[in-house]
Design a binder for this molecule. Structure first.
Ligand code: ZN
Length: 154
């Protein structure tokens, strides 16, 4: 509340989630271990990547000059950390219209022909399925139906 009183409302709410398949984690696992077996390891790798994100946000100003920030790291039920970050930008970098938001947020699949690595990351981490009759052994499937109620209507 003191930050908001001094700098104004937050402009960005960023969530960063630990990826159990980050190479830095997989490289250090012992045979038979999974990332959620090693909170000592996942927390170190997550912290290293969170600090890299902070460097981009706070020092390099990739989304604008940051006047104030606050964050919290929590552990999900499956044992992996994720961080929530609030960012308050300087007045001239605040997001005011659709073109400002379009400059920093994209909710479209990356172009596979020009950004293959990004396309693979987004489609492997941000999409559900395919599940259902075509993939009855998909992890979400319970008693022949998707436990997350996919597919959903538009
Ligand atoms: Zn499903």
């Amino acid at each position: 509340m003191a930050l908001i009183k001094k700098f104004g409302k937050p402009d960005l709410f960023i969530t960063m989630t630990c990826n159990p398949n980050w190479p830095e984690t997989l490289h250090e696992l012992r045979p038979g271990e999974e990332a959620n077996d090693r909170p000592d390891l996942t927390s170190r790798v997550f912290n290293m990547k969170l600090n890299a994100l902070f460097k981009d946000l706070l020092q390099n100003g990739v989304l604008g000059t940051v006047m104030a920030d606050i964050h919290v790291v929590e552990w999900q039920k499956r044992g992996l950390p994720h961080g929530h970050i609030l960012i308050i930008l300087r007045n001239q970098d605040k997001l005011r219209d659709n073109s400002d938001y379009d400059r920093i947020v994209c909710a479209e699949l990356p172009d596979k022909s020009t950004h293959l690595e990004l396309y693979n990351i987004v489609t492997s981490r941000m999409l559900h399925g395919p599940c259902g009759a075509l993939h009855p052994s998909y992890p979400c499937m319970v008693n022949g139906a998707c436990s997350k109620s996919y597919p959903k209507t538009f």
